[in-house]
Ligand binder design. Sequence first.
Ligand SMILES: Cc1cc2nc3c(=O)[nH]c(=O)nc-3n(C[C@H](O)[C@H](O)[C@H](O)COP(=O)(O)O)c2cc1C
Length: 177
Amino acid sequence: MATVILGICGSIAAYKAADIASRLVQKGHEVHCVCTPTALRFVTPLTLMTLSRHPVISSFDEETSGWVPQHIALAQKADLFAVAPASAHTMACFARGLAPNVLTSLYLANRAPVLIFPAMNTLMWEHPATQENVQILTQRGDRIIGPAEEGTLACGSTGKGRLLEVDAIVSHISALL
Ligand SMILES: Cc1cc2nc3c(=O)[nH]c(=O)nc-3n(C[C@H](O)[C@H](O)[C@H](O)COP(=O)(O)O)c2cc1C
């Protein structure tokens, strides 16, 4: 059994994280969902907590359970740091070392392998800023998997940008554990 941090960003695909968490728990892993503040506009902590069987972490204000900051304690016990869906904004924070929220702070404190599953509009994905961030993260050793080459996007258009299928994400995570 491994300890998995599942980061969740503000994307329309955030609801799929509930399924990912559930599938990993069924495989016997300890899953801790860490949401950006925006992710909570798309998915509820109650759903994620119930399926992951652990409280959801989304704010520094909740860090009252011990003297070691919760995000640091979690980073120290993680076997894998996965983010699905990963937004353009959070990937930019990761690339540049910005830590405005718990998920981005955890990224800096984490030393476990990092798996990033992006999801965004095609134009956002193809923007040089995003591609530059992808390059920085890849060179750092983080694994960026996806987005899907084709699919219908939240904006109604089709193209590259959708989150990979849940099955594929769970397989990639399982393969690394
Ligand atoms: C309906 C809706 C869907 C969105 N989907 C995405 C998305 O799939 N990917 C993305 O990068 N941003 C998406 N955004 C924009 C992000 O929510 C926004 O950039 C936010 O600042 C991301 O914050 P976070 O990275 O801290 O979660 C979406 C916004 C809305 C209103």
